[in-house]
Each structure stands twice: as C-alpha cells, then as structure tokens.
Design a protein around this ligand. Structure first.
Ligand SMILES: *Cc1c(COP(=O)(O)O)cnc(C)c1O
Length: 368
C-alpha cells in the first residue's frame, strides 16, 4: 500500500518506557519500579482531584460538554483572559498539531532549537514543511533571529520555555525583545509546559499568557496539566492566544476531544493550588540534591527550570549503557541518544526514589 510521501521521513516519538514493560521484561515487582522518565509528577495528583473524578464515574456514558465551559471558566479566571482566547486539547500536544496544520505547509518553513521537544518536528514533517534548526542545542535567540532574518518563508517559530529535554529557559525580557522583531504574520508558539517550575524558581523567567498575548498578537501560549498538575494520564492541555488564532485552530479540533473525566480533573486541579505549590517546592529541594550529586561526580549539567535534570555525559560513559543498567535495576530514565546526545534526562522523583537513583547511578558510573 502507498502512503503519503511525508510519512517516510517520520521517526516514531519514543515515549518514556512504561512501568509495565520493566515488570514484564525484568520480572521486577511494579511497586519496586521507579519511573523517572516522562516528567510526570512523582507526588501523583491532588487527592481532591481524585475524589472529584470518582464522583462522576457514572457519567461515562455521556459525551462530554463540548463547549468545555467549566474548564474554560477556570482557566479564564486563572489567567485573566477571555474564554474565546482559550482552546483545549488532548494534551498541549494536540494544540501543537492544530497550530502546525493551520500555518505550516510545503511552501514555507518552521524554525526551532536544535534540541527541543520532538513533537514539533514530527508534526512539521507530517505537513511536509521545511524544518530549520538553530546550531545550538539550547535556545539562543540571536541564532533564531539570524535565521529568521535570512528568509521570508517562516510560518512558525517554536520556543520551548523551559526547554525539554535540555532544561534551560530564558528571561521574559529577552523573549519580549525577540518577539518585537518578529513579523505579525509569523506564529510564535511559546510552549510553557514547564512554566510553573520556571516561575517558581525565578520570577524573571515567568511568561504570563495574558501579558504576552496582549503585547504580541501573533503568540500562541501553550500550557498543560500533565506536569506540575500531575494529570499526565488525563491528557489535557490548553492554548491561549488572541481570538483570531483560536478561531482558526478551533476549525481543526475534532468534537469531544477531551473526556468527561479529564475535563473534571483539570477543572478541579485548578482549585488546589496548595498541592501544586507543595510539589514545586519539593521538586527544587530534590533538584538541589541532583546538582550536588552531579558536581560530586564532575558531571556537566545545565541548570534546570523544570522537573527534570539532564546530565551531559560527554566522553565519560555511554548514555545507553547507563540507561540499560538502571532499567535492569527497575529505574527508568530517559536516554537522549535519539536526540543525538550522549546524555540522560532524569525526572526529579521523591526523596527515596532519588536515593535509589544516586546509589545505582554511582555504581555504574564509577565502574571500570
Ligand atoms: C510534556 C510536554 C508537552 C505536552 O504534554 P501533554 O501531555 O501533551 O500536554 C508539551 N511540550 C513539552 C515541552 C513537554 O515536555
């Protein structure tokens, strides 16, 4: 059978390995597997969210409210934007897909950092658009600008703030200076999947959706409930932009793209700030331990504004060997070989999970 030409060049997104796989392949009990691979919230979801979802389990036979009124109200209050400046997706991933389909095509190009969220490239390839990347792994806005200025055909610029899988972010002031130089016909996607973490660590990094869209009508801000809010399994994300952008993305949204239970979970999670605050606080307490651990072993890393840390192993040890060794011990981390880097990305876990990581990582790192 023949398929569209564009698909030939697409590599499947390699998601973090699930706990079930380690249980099956290595015979480790599920309760002994530690997953530090997909940047999920190690503290789970807010108990209030779990309770609220339980209460509506008997409503599964009904289609969800396709206007997503409750959740949009919640987000509208949280961010002080209008309901028609919000779109909800099955993860912010789905909004990335809508945006790419809405702007990019065979006659134009998209621009991104060399090492950034893999889905930007996958969606871009699916529409057959030309993909441009900056020379540096991390975001350097002067490199973005140089490429942008050299061509007339850039439809979308992806800014992953903070950047997955590298962990770096940029100051709001720097991002704004950059945005001033971009044509209003170019869509700039600010992927804020880890903005809660960045804002918690350093206020100067905080990019507020309302402020950014009011200043720049060509920005689409993306947020997700999968990371700080601990709802990765529910698949809910949101996009915030001026009405014209949202109206066009809405044309690509399939009906009922979010489940009834997911809508409830996301809406309820916005009401439990204490839970999120506690998770953010613990994240950076534990992050410090990873930094000290890396310093001790003289491993290079980029200061992270997220819930993960990336160890750049350089010429020391092979990232795949380390990842496989840890896997056999029931510890799942992310090997960044598929990004062309000899590096590993580790989601910051709970204290005892991190202890176990340190012990086992030292063992393989210091061996031979
Ligand atoms: C996790 C993540 C997303 C989206 O996650 P969803 O679960 O689809 O909402 C988007 N961008 C980045 C950079 C991420 O790490």
């Amino acid at each position: 059978m023949e398929f569209n030409e564009e698909l030939k060049d697409i590599k499947n997104y390699s998601a973090g390995k699930p706990i079930e796989l380690v249980v099956r392949e290595y015979g480790i009990k599920p309760e002994n597997v530690i997953k530090l691979a997909s940047n999920e919230n190690p503290y789970g979801s807010s108990p209030k969210v779990v309770e609220a979802v339980r209460e509506i389990c008997d409503k599964m036979y009904l289609y969800p409210d396709d206007s997503m009124y409750e959740l949009k109200e919640g987000l509208s209050k949280r961010f002080d934007v209008k309901s028609d400046e919000i779109i909800i997706g099955a993860g912010s991933d789905q909004i990335l897909e809508f945006a790419t389909r809405a702007k990019a095509n065979k006659t134009n190009s998209v621009l991104m950092a060399k090492t950034t969220f893999a889905m930007y490239e996958i969606y871009a390839k699916a529409v057959g658009t030309n993909i441009l990347k900056t020379p540096s792994d991390i975001h350097k806005l002067d490199e973005f600008l140089k490429i942008y200025k050299s061509r007339k055909d850039i439809s979308i610029i992806f800014l992953c703030m903070p950047n997955n899988p590298m962990g770096e972010t940029l100051k709001k002031s720097e991002v704004y200076e950059f945005l001033k130089k971009i044509d209003k016909n170019t869509l700039v996607i600010i992927d804020g999947a880890y903005q809660e973490f960045a804002a918690y660590k350093d206020e100067r990094m905080k990019i507020e959706p309302k402020d950014v869209i009011e200043n720049f009508s060509n920005v689409l801000y993306l947020g997700t409930f999968s990371k700080a809010y601990g709802l990765g399994g529910m698949r809910v994300g949101y996009g915030i932009a001026k009405g014209e952008i949202i109206q066009n993305l809405m044309k690509l949204r399939p009906p009922f793209n979010i489940t009834t239970l997911s809508l409830k979970a996301a809406t309820q999670s916005l009401k439990d700030n204490d839970f999120v605050e506690k998770c953010l606080k613990n994240n950076f307490i534990q992050m410090k331990r990873y930094e000290e651990f890396a310093d001790h072993l003289k491993i290079e890393y980029i200061p992270s504004y997220t819930n993960f840390i990336t160890f750049l192993l350089k010429n020391s040890k092979n990232s795949s060997e380390i990842s496989n060794f840890l896997l056999k011990k029931g510890i799942i981390i992310r090997d960044l070989k598929s990004y062309g880097l000899n590096a590993v990305r580790i989601t910051i876990g709970k204290k005892d999970e991190n202890d176990k990581f340190f012990t086992n990582f030292s063992q393989i790192y210091n061996a031979g």
